[in-house]
Design a protein around this ligand. Structure first.
Ligand code: CTP
Length: 404
């Protein structure tokens, strides 16, 4: 799988996901998952067990997917269709999966449409278990989970927390957002063009302390770097995201390392890039840091009108790091984009640098979109149209993949 085409920018565009729903009280959350998968661009088709249909009606899923929902294996007009559902799948996701469902999937028995689809499909299988903690911990369930894992089945959750029984323990269905992330990660690991690769991405600003409550920073939101991390994960890479203090949630299956200052970012990146195939440096490290950060909060003195803080130069992280094989930088400029970007490309020994004019509409800090120009080490220049940051991320990764 390479990047979606620019017209087709949703992460699951072109993918046919079959969602199996089994009879747990968590079945209502499958409706949310179904809607999320659709919003991510997937075509979704639902199969249910009769027990699941007692918790949530097939009509709910039919309305969400725009497709007939198969519950009865023996229904006359579905007799031929039931195996075809399994054949159409690019991914089969069972959420929630009951203990009974795990037993059927492990043993190859097919008493219902979900188990039957599990046996008939050759698509990768993701299972999101949900059950009482005593059932989850029972040796029978442990053995079934082990069998399925050995067979290459992917699992997401269950989480720990309050269960329907009122008890607290493992058995809660993973959150729909997490399951959707796991579907994307699984498809990447099975068919992604970056599978087996380790991609390191940096994101966000740094905050260089003035005193314990104040810092020197910048407006970087981290969104571009997070989009690259997500897109690389979607293409099957192992991703380490070294991030300054920014809010976005860590994408599923991405290893996040916190790096509040340039010194910490350099240290984290030295470690992460030692075994990496590519570094994409989307962070905005602060160039100058207060040389003598105060140990206590600075107080205004009577009559004080100015404050002088001595700043010293921070190391250039990209220029300092020796590797890895593919090196990509960013140049966010307010003027002379081409000249500045080309100078940085050479000084930091980059394969290419992604330049953008942060003053242009739709580009720069905190926006969902970006319009970038790529400057290559060989001298070529490529202007890309205004796109979502996720689409820009794929465009960058296309060029990284070509160099690996
Ligand atoms: N960068 C870095 N270490 C720094 C500063 C920047 O590794 N201390 C990286 C950025 O992550 C980016 C590239 O270098 O990939 C260019 O960053 P930018 O801030 O645009 O340029 P600087 O090199 O800092 O130069 P200037 O501030 O003079 O524009």
């Amino acid at each position: 799988m390479s990047a979606p085409s620019p017209a087709d920018l949703l992460p699951l565009a072109g993918r046919h996901v079959v969602l199996g729903v089994t009879g747990s009280i968590a079945a209502y959350k499958a409706a949310d998952l179904c809607s999320r998968l659709r919003q991510l661009g997937a075509a979704v088709e639902v199969v249910m067990t009769p027990a699941a249909a007692r918790f949530v009606t097939p009509l709910t899923f039919q309305a969400l997917t725009g497709r007939a929902v198969v519950v009865d294996v023996f229904a006359a007009d579905e007799a031929e269709a039931h195996v075809e559902v399994a054949r159409r799948a690019d991914a089969f996701v069972v959420a929630p999966a009951t203990a009974d469902c795990l037993a059927n999937l492990a043993s190859g028995q097919t008493p219902d449409m979900v188990a039957l689809t599990g046996l008939a499909t050759r698509a990768p299988l993701l299972v999101a278990p949900a059950m009482d903690n005593q059932m989850w911990e029972h040796p029978a369930t442990r053995a079934n989970v082990e069998t399925l894992r050995e067979r290459g089945v992917h699992f997401v959750g269950p989480g720990e927390g309050r269960l329907a029984s009122g008890r607290v323990g493992p058995g809660r269905l993973a959150e729909p957002a997490e399951i959707a992330g796991a579907v994307r990660a699984m498809l990447g690991q099975v068919i992604g063009d970056l599978r087996g690769r380790h991609v390191v991405v940096s994101a966000g600003p740094t905050q260089e302390p003035i005193d314990p409550v104040r810092f020197v920073g910048n407006h970087s939101s981290g969104r571009m770097g997070f989009a690259i991390a997500e897109a690389a994960r979607d293409r099957g890479a192992r991703v380490t995201l070294v991030a300054g203090p920014v809010a976005p949630e860590t994408p599923y299956a991405v290893e996040r390392v916190a790096a509040p200052t340039v010194a910490e970012m350099l240290c984290a990146l030295e470690k992460a890039t030692a075994s990496a195939d590519a570094l994409i440096m989307a962070a905005a490290p602060v160039d100058f840091r207060p040389l003598d950060p105060a140990a206590q909060k600075l107080k205004k003195l009577p009559g004080q009108e100015t404050l002088t803080i001595r700043l010293g130069k921070n190391p250039d992280i990209l220029a300092t790091l020796p590797g890895p094989r593919v090196r990509v930088g960013f140049a966010a400029e307010t003027e002379n984009l081409a000249a500045n970007a080309v100078a940085k490309l050479a000084a930091k020994r980059l394969d290419f640098i992604v330049g953008n004019d942060v003053t242009a509409p739709g580009s720069g800090f905190g926006t969902e979109t970006n319009e970038v120009t790529i400057f290559y080490a060989g001298g070529t220049v490529e202007q890309l149209p205004l796109m979502s940051k996720y689409a820009v991320a794929h465009a960058i990764l296309d060029r990284v993949a070509a160099r690996l």
